[in-house]
Design a protein around this ligand. Sequence first.
Ligand code: AMP
Length: 287
Amino acid sequence: MAAAGRGMQVISDPAEARRAVRAAQATGQRVGLVPTMGALHAGHLALVAASQSECAVTAVTIFVNPSQFAPHEDFQRYPRPLEEDLAKLRAAGTGLVFVPDRSAIYPPGFSTYVEPPSVAAPLEGVIRPGHFRGVATIVLKLFQILPADRAYFGQKDYQQTLVVRRMATDFDLPIEIRVCDTVREPDGLALSSRNQYLSAAERQQATALYRSLERGAELLRSGQRSRQSIEHAMRNELEAAGINAIDYIAIANPETLAETPEVQLPVVLLIAARVGTTRLIDNRIVH
Ligand code: AMP
């Protein structure tokens, strides 16, 4: 918040970004990092607020990372409302925004990638091969460019939080990883930059992801432990809304994402499905 009075620095040069972070730390200020792909919504801003509550300076990055998109995915189409994003961050009192060009992150000759940990293999790893390689690579690079004290991620991208935590541990990265709750619309739909692709009818259908997670949680709370029964009920909830393109419904160990035949609490319920042409993911932990 201290940075609010000084205005917001918008930086595109990696070396300058690193100097800005180091300069804040040299005066004893803790720096929090919030990596994003922009098209900011209240979910992103909750991460900014979480950082601001713990850190004197909050650095937000906006970069639509090409290496985490497969060729057939929505990299070109991904929304990039930069001026609106900057206005939101300014209003939130953000200290620093890093908005690099693609060539600053992936200059000619760039060819080193992170081999992601084993928790990257199931679920998204099956449907989006190479996705977490791109995620781990950009996150590691951003941690290098903006050597913050803490980094804030959303539970919305549950598997991503496991990948980032594991990488931070395995590579001894001197940064604390914080995970913040998923911010939802009043009807339960998890906020996502991709929600703006949805037509009005699809937006209505999309609420079934939340209902499906609720249904799974309710069954677990009532003592149901049959994976098949829970999955079936969750699938019904999606199909009843006309969502048939389901990539996965998982009932998994929250740490490893392993799916043992016998369901044991705590578990994380995870869904990925396409509503029209828009791919949505959501999850919920049940203790
Ligand atoms: P993205 O811009 O989609 O790469 O997301 C940037 C960060 O915001 C990631 O850590 C996401 O998990 C997080 N995020 C996205 N949507 C939400 C949400 N609805 N609630 C909380 N965090 C979110």
